[in-house]
Write a protein that binds this ligand. Sequence first.
Ligand code: PLP
Length: 359
Amino acid sequence: MSETSPKLRAELEGIPTYKPGKPAAAGGPVAYKLSSNENPYPPLPGVLESVTGAAASFNRYPDMACTGLMNELSDRFGVPLTHLATGTGSVGVAQQLIQSTAGPGDEVIYAWRSFEAYPIITQISGATSVQVPLTSGEVHDLDAMAAAITDRTRLIFVCNPNNPTGTAVRRAELERFLDRVPSDVLVVLDEAYREFVRDVEVPDGVEFYRERPNVCVLRTFSKAYGLAGLRVGFAIAHEPVAAALRKTAVPFGVSQLAQEAAVASLRAEDELLGRVGSLVCERNRVVESLRGQGWTVPDTQANFVWLRLGERTVDFAAACEGAGVVVRPFPGEGVRVTIGEDEANDIFLKVTEKFHKEL
Ligand SMILES: Cc1ncc(COP(=O)(O)O)c(C=O)c1O
């Protein structure tokens, strides 16, 4: 037996591991999971039926081309089939986007703090992350991001609304930024939370994709559509990029269950978007209550709120857990708290009230 272990790529050393939101404790006191930006509503009966129907033939491989889903998306967004690509969640598509554009020596720009998968998938590709701090208002600093572009830049993520702060950039500033990006650099507008946006000045990225061949829009069925456990997301991008995404896809990555559920969800969109509307009302209630208690809360356009707690982050997360809600701490920075069931939001607000009084 040889004593050396298989050689792994040096780029993998020191890679940050993705921390999934902590689950609610099983068997403990009432516990709600507000740590993963999931949709608290259970699947719609019709969507569940489509999945159980598809389950009867899971001895077969799925339709690799996701034909039914692609057709639905093409109609819905008014884009050609050749401008669409699906993947195992939008994080899967994001990874394909990096694999398609960047490797060792190249740079990927994104705001920080933002979606925690960006540094991981960038490092896996061997490219270098260029992290541009958010402004003091917790928003993307698009001027600084434009200034960070070099001749090595291959891809820029704009997470809109931003995870974990919930803040969104508006049309005029995004347009100004896009004007400054060279046309051979891909800009990925990651719109995982698009359906929760209510600020009319926050643009639908598809508008920009239509005018600019270097803009790609990422969307997911995990949040507003409630299919997080099934893993399906997609990109809308011009042909060379969309074609590259199809080349870099894991063959048969999107299961037939996920494909059927996504199609059924698009067809049940009115009902699902009604649920999103209720979550947005709850979000507004939570934000107003927090501000009423004296907290500074950035304006969120997503299904979560951000509290910058600095050194008190871990204690606050523990207090939440003790009260029955699990939140997502970023130690030393703050906590991200998903808008969940009304009772869960109430428990969270009780903790924040007590915590603020003790500050
Ligand atoms: C900004 C952002 N993009 C992408 C994703 C990935 O979602 P999924 O892979 O479930 O589509 C998330 C999930 O939390 C996210 O917050």
